[in-house]
Design a protein around this ligand. Structure first.
Ligand SMILES: Nc1nc2c(ncn2[C@@H]2O[C@H](COP(=O)(O)OP(=O)(O)OP(=O)(O)O)[C@@H](O)[C@H]2O)c(=O)[nH]1
Ligand SMILES: [Mg+2]
Length: 423
């Protein structure tokens, strides 16, 4: 029995009278207000949205002069229409900002790579929690804050923790869920368990789909601007970096792209041969040095060589390292500095559970990455780690490793993961 089924069973045992009130009561009105306030508070405390969307859609009244650029030295606008126009111009300017390279920005833009390039978003950036079908507009009862609701949410919290989700992620899920439940109407159509399941799914999806970019589209967009596109693979020991490098090489060369591998793991015995063997099997070039060579120099050679031959993709396979080993981390930063990779992918091991989350967070402090590839999802790993990595690092899981074969690399599907976690 999956997580949600176990929880639903307990939830069903509580009568809906215990957590809801009659729709015409003063408490119902209060609950609606409280829920709205809690949701607003959550929005306020979250980081800025992924793309600043102008609050107003362009209306007819601005069509005639949509292309006018506001003059920063112009006299302050006087009438209401002019004021509105200036506000709109400012908000549009704001909305366009993420597309420009930013320097010295403290909060990284989730849709920009570590080297300031634009990632191509995939799927909806924001998912609204929507209970709004007409059947729920009238009739039924309204969920209110109550100790019973709190104790039910506590039980759910425990279930989520056992699925390997990190504490901070679980806390946010629970508070978002609570805000979404309070003030929600229950009817014959929208029974308590259905409302709860929808709210939970949407809350989890929101975590996973935030900043989610599409691997193939992003690589193609980079290729339109020039070649080679450089992809750097990083992560702790044994998570699946070399296998993922080979899988990505297979994926991209199957699309007709020329791929070069850089054996930048000059540290572990056998690592260079391991990658070279993959390269032979896949029929792609592998740039290598002696064991103990300079990882940054090998990587740079691979990029220069691909550039000279007009090849499309360079994938840099780096050595696994613990995030607390400063000299090794410094070496990674050097590889990053000299190759300026279009994409940095953190490879995480789904089997590592909560450890994978700690590793991702600590790694990111030293070398930020653009997205994660979560490997070994074909094993009996619990999916909570993926939710937590995405929540804790603000970077999406974009690829999923589902086996040891070259074909076993999929675009990560947040919905699939949620089904797995909820059971
Ligand atoms: N079942 C399964 N095994 C995987 C997957 N990805 C990698 N592996 C296995 O995990 C083991 C380690 O993979 P590697 O690719 O060598 O890992 P690595 O991160 O390069 O390791 P180091 O270079 O030592 O840090 C190998 O036995 C792989 O076959 C996956 O998605 N599913
Ligand atoms: Mg390796």
């Amino acid at each position: 029995m999956g997580l949600f089924d176990r929880f639903k069973k307990r939830f069903k045992k509580s009568s809906k009278e215990e957590i809801s009130v009659d729709e015409d009561s003063a408490e119902a009105k209060q609950a609606a207000e409280e829920g709205a306030r809690m949701r607003q508070d959550i929005v306020k405390t979250r980081e800025a949205p992924i793309t600043a969307i102008p609050t107003e859609e362009p209306g007819d009244e601005w069509d005639e002069d949509d292309d006018t650029v506001p003059d920063p030295f112009a006299a302050p606008p006087r009438d209401r229409k002019e004021r509105k126009k200036a506000e709109r111009a400012a908000s549009l300017e704001q909305a366009e900002k993420p597309e420009e390279p930013k320097q010295g920005k403290s909060v990284p833009d989730p849709m920009q790579s570590t080297t300031g390039r634009k990632l191509v978003p995939s799927g909806p950036v924001e998912i609204e929690v929507d209970f709004g079908d007409s059947a729920t507009k009238t009739g039924g009862r309204v969920i209110t804050a109550s100790s019973k609701l709190d104790s039910l949410l506590e039980e759910l919290e425990e279930e989520l923790l056992t699925s390997d989700m990190a504490h901070s992620a679980v806390e946010e899920v629970i508070s978002t869920l609570k805000a979404n439940l309070i003030g929600t109407r229950l009817t014959g159509v929208k029974k308590l368990d259905i409302v709860l399941e929808e709210a939970l799914r949407n809350t989890l999806l929101k975590i996973l789909e935030s900043g989610y970019w599409d691997f193939d589209q992003t690589v193609n967009a980079f290729l339109d601007e020039g070649r080679p596109v450089v992809i750097m693979i990083v992560g702790v020991n044994g998570t699946g970096k070399t296998t993922t490098t080979a899988k990505i090489a297979h994926r991209l060369s199957s699309q007709g792209k020329s791929v070069v591998l850089a054996a930048a793991d000059t540290f572990r015995a056998g690592a260079i041969d391991q990658l070279a063997t993959h390269a032979d099997r896949l029929g792609v070039r592998c740039i290598r040095s002696q064991r103990g060579g300079d990882a940054a120099a090998v990587s740079r050679d691979a990029v220069d060589s691909a550039k000279a031959r007009g090849e499309d993709i360079v994938i840099i396979d780096t050595a696994g390292r613990m995030q607390n080993k400063t000299n090794l981390m410094e070496e990674l930063r050097k590889v990053h500095r000299v190759t300026q990779p279009h994409l940095v992918l953190f490879v995480a091991d789904a089997l590592a559970g909560n450890d994978a989350v700690t590793q991702a967070v600590e790694f990111q402090r030293i070398l930020s990455f653009d997205g994660a590839a979560l490997c070994k999802l074909d094993t009996d790993a619990k999916g909570g780690a993926a939710l937590s990595i995405a929540h804790a690092t603000g970077r999406p899981i974009v690829l999923a490793g589902v086996g040891q074969g070259y074909e076993d690399l999929l675009d990560f599907d947040p919905k699939w993961l949620i089904d797995t976690v909820l059971g």
